[in-house]
Design a protein around this ligand. Structure first.
Ligand SMILES: NC(=O)c1ccc[n+]([C@@H]2O[C@H](COP(=O)([O-])OP(=O)(O)OC[C@H]3O[C@@H](n4cnc5c(N)ncnc54)[C@H](OP(=O)(O)O)[C@@H]3O)[C@@H](O)[C@H]2O)c1
Length: 470
């Protein structure tokens, strides 16, 4: 054990905490670590951290006093109540000016509450999204910090050196006050849900309509991913190629088709609905996971109905590539639109160019697509990616393919909720007229909610029925 004080402390020695500790130490900092269950800390120190400048501590008091001031403590414990429990234990041991960083997937409203509580004690609280899973945590994640800018300055060097390094700089940038970092991380996860679902639908259509085998599907995804360099496409290729050792067939065939979720996709949809922002592809992805979880019901109902799989046509495979691409772009467009509105609503002052830049590497939604997205937001007037020059051309080129693919899949009993949500989002947002006049008339009919006219200013109501004679 080193006799010097550590420059950084990490609480929580599960997947994220262990790997980030190794990463920060690798960047040249001495790190103290602590975990509620001491045996995990001991095992970590004896095995993965045996020759590292990492100080294992087994009492919270020892952990806190092993750190130089102002103390910089990163909490990486299970999201929810455990974070509050750790804060409550830490506060009496810490001093004014010390900094707590919550690197977990905390809900942004919990972060707002915690910022207030911790700052009342004269300390700082940085709600910080960390993406990239186990690999990212070890080799360089995307880090999305929010909170007091002065506190960020204190930890900036450490966080930036642990982040992924790109030609444009580290994938860590101060995003804004209070819960800005956790809000951005939440939306990152919402986009992740939508991209994953879009890929799953493309895989399903390839397997069932094009009747490709797993190797052929992997080859196609690999080819489609060349211009995108998207992490989620890369892992799709690897997943398709993986064999089940036990059965000697593709492992994917042996994995139960019920998708679980921890809630960040749902949080994104819920927040979007609260703010009045349409994010249908993200919501379709959340719904798709819910529907998949009804395995028994699906089994029973599938026996009641019969439908064919005869939607394929010449050129379907090529169209599927364009359809998937546009659905992925639309997922980012919806997420960034939500960030635009949330930034305004919650005074985050988000710079979407920065957001796109720090998603460029180290995180689950990383892709070369983030370059043109970031560039598009150099135009501070841009209100949606659909209006940007680059993506306007892509939509024009690929729209017909998306329409044909959705139409073809819809003629079968296969599913494409994300692809079709993306198409309807695009069609709605690019339609000067929508059938919402009917909705307004219906609302006025049954509830006297009034409507506006296309030819005259003002608010109008029509006596649609003669109540007295009904
Ligand atoms: N895993 C990922 O790929 C990933 C990616 C991005 C973000 N995240 C987020 O990062 C955070 C950490 O994730 P993780 O997967 O490393 O760990 P996790 O499985 O979410 O949580 C396990 C850790 O939380 C600690 N813990 C649970 N309840 C506690 C309590 N009441 N008091 C103190 N400690 C408590 C556990 O300590 P004990 O050992 O004592 O039980 C253990 O260290 C989470 O918010 C997660 O959502 C995870």
């Amino acid at each position: 054990m080193s006799s010097e004080e550590s420059e950084f402390g990490i609480i929580g020695m599960a997947v994220m905490g262990q790997n980030l500790a190794l990463n920060v130490e690798e960047s040249g900092y001495q790190v103290s670590v602590y975990n509620r269950t001491g045996s995990k800390t001991k095992e970590f120190k004896q095995q993965r951290a045996s020759d590292r400048d990492i100080v294992a501590t087994y009492e919270l008091e020892d952990f806190v006093s092993s750190l130089e001031r102002p103390r910089k403590i990163l909490i990486l414990v299970k999201a929810g109540d455990p974070v509050d429990m750790v804060i409550d234990q830490l506060l009496p041991l810490m001093e004014e000016g010390d900094i707590i960083i919550d690197g977990g997937n905390s809900h942004f409203q919990d972060t707002n509450r915690r910022v207030e509580k911790v700052e009342e004690e004269g300390l700082y609280y940085l709600g910080t999204g960390v993406s990239g899973g186990e690999y990212g945590a070890l080799h360089g994640p995307s880090i999305m910090p929010g909170g007091h800018p002065e506190a960020y300055e204190e930890v900036s060097d450490i966080l930036r050196s642990a982040a992924a390094q790109t030609p444009e700089g580290p994938t860590c940038e101060y995003l804004g006050p209070r819960s800005a970092g956790h809000y951005v991380k939440m939306v990152h996860n919402g986009i992740e849900y939508a991209v994953m679902q879009s890929i799953a639908e493309a895989y399903w259509a390839m397997e069932n309509l094009l009747e490709l085998n797993h190797e052929e599907m992997a080859d196609r995804f690999e080819e489609w991913n060349r211009p995108l360099e998207a992490y989620l496409m890369e892992i799709t290729v690897e997943i398709l190629r993986r064999e089940d050792e036990k059965m000697g067939r593709p492992l994917l065939q042996m994995i139960l088709d019920t998708a679980k979720q921890k809630g960040t996709g749902k949080w994104t949809s819920r927040s979007a609905l609260d703010l009045g922002v349409p994010t249908p592809t993200i919501t379709a992805a959340v719904d798709a996971r819910l529907l998949s979880s009804r395995k028994d019901q699906r089994g029973r109902l599938s026996e009641l109905y019969e439908t064919g799989n005869s939607g394929v046509y010449d050129g379907f495979g090529e169209d599927l590539e364009d359809a998937l691409y546009l659905s992925i772009v639309t997922a980012y467009a919806q997420g960034l639109d939500l960030l635009t509105v949330a930034s305004h609503e919650y005074d985050y002052s988000l710079d979407l160019q920065d957001v796109a830049r720090i998603w460029k590497d180290g995180c689950i939604i990383r892709s070369d697509l983030l370059d043109p997205i970031s560039e598009s937001y150099s135009d501070s007037e841009l209100d949606t990616l659909l209006a940007s020059k680059k993506f306007r051309d892509d939509y024009r080129d690929g729209l017909n393919s998306l329409q044909k693919v959705v139409s073809a899949i819809s003629k079968t009993n296969l599913i494409c909720p994300a692809l079709s949500a993306s198409l309807n989002y695009f069609n709605s947002l690019t339609s000067e007229r929508l059938p919402a006049n009917m909705i307004q008339a219906q609302r006025d009919y049954f509830g006297a909610h009034t409507y506006q006219r296309v030819d005259e200013e003002g608010t109008f109501h029509t006596e649609w029925q003669d109540i007295k004679n009904v």
